[in-house]
Design a protein around this ligand. Sequence first.
Ligand code: NCD
Length: 307
Amino acid sequence: MLAKRHLLEPADLSIEEMEEIFSLAEKIIVDPCAFTEICRGKVLATLFFEPSTRTRLSFEAAMLRLGGQTLGFAEASSSSSTKGESLADTIRAVSAYADIIAMRTPKEGAALLASKYSDVPIINAGDGGHHHPTQTLTDLLTIRAYKGGFSGLTIGLCGDLKFGRTVHSLAKAMSRYPNNKFVLISPKELKIPEFITRKVFNDAGVSFIEEEYLENVIGELDILYMTRVQRERFFNEQDYIRLKDSYILDKQKMRNAKQSMIVLHPLPRVNEVAPEVDDDPRAVYFKQVKYGMYVRMALMAKLTGAI
Ligand code: NCD
């Protein structure tokens, strides 16, 4: 039963429940008109204490397309947190107004805390450098569309693997499927944290290698997941400037990739994928955006108990 549940990190959903969400999303893609009244009378609150374009609008578009309504704020400065209100109190109030809450904060663990005070489902739309489970549902639905499944894949994660929450959530989710291998491509300073290598990869017996140069490994990959360097999580600007252009995927590098490889990116992109790559049929990051909206439609239809 998915109704009334919170989604704080990918493992909150079993493989079967994820399957349920993907197959509903695929039904919505085929016949969106059949779902336009499903959430009539339901209200989504979007509480975004950190900037966002895609994620917040994708949640809102998803609820509107299901016939529901939305309210919320797009920046911390317009909320009572600036008056010193605790997250717990904000959530107590908002859960009285809304049937479901999507929230983003710069603090790791904030969504978990919110879930303790909410009478309605909390969806974590990003808690600091920790997790971002609906981006992972987006990534997985895209992978399913292009690769037909989630196993036997060599997955390259490239860029800021230290602070990139989308990377942490994707690594956790894909580690649950058999025979996947990870190639972790990052500068030394931005390596994936131990809570992923030890707790996720080692516990699941997943094999991984760490590599500094994308060109050394691009030819082995089935999926290349590019990410931006997370400027807002750096303590000093000098380090950001030094590391920000560590990777730039361009046509030259794409020449050495398999014809069947796909390039994913959670977006926003800064410099890490050159615009000249956009026309390559293997670059599917803009298609990914649409899958994100459909998978959020399916998720919210389930969590609100509408389906
Ligand atoms: C990501 C995020 O917020 O973590 N964006 C998104 O939700 N699509 C990635 C990022 O900001 O780099």
